[in-house]
Design a protein. Sequence first.
Length: 195
Amino acid sequence: MNKYTTILNNINRYVSLSAEEENRLKSIIKTSKVKKKQFIIQPGFVCQSRTYIVEGAFRVFYLDDEGKEHTVSIGIEDWFVTDFYSYINQVPALNFAEALEDSTIFQMRYEDIEPLCKEIHSLSEYFRLTTEKAFAFSRRRVISNISKTAEERYDEYIAKYPHIVNRVPQYVLASYLGMTPEFLSKIRKQKITKS
């Protein structure tokens, strides 16, 4: 298995690239090792790359005026992590992206990947499809946050992502689900008592 197998498999779930197109994509990918608690995106700086997680875990979060953290997304292997608004519009980011574990990432810089997408229709189609999927998921999450109780949101998350729940700190999961760590702890204890 070569080092690009996972990202190419991810792409092949949506579109087909020729061997030459794969090689052109591989030529612009930069591999980086990121330490736990290291930031790859920070407010005030333009998000310059599409970042694919090869190994590890990240969270994207927003810091409000009172200094409270609001986790926007959590990502693990085979997922992308970014500040979409900053990347797409090439404006300063509002969010932080922080490694939750020592991680390995692939980064494709805006000035490299965007022209390549104009040349390779399948690659452009891949990013369109995955961006639309991410947008649809974020809309569904907004509705879930409005219409469901904290316990229902927790149940929904562990049903969909049981492999993530124990990899992220409780305060991150609580922030993502829109509750305090104490309330999440209470929900978890109730689940254990019932079972």
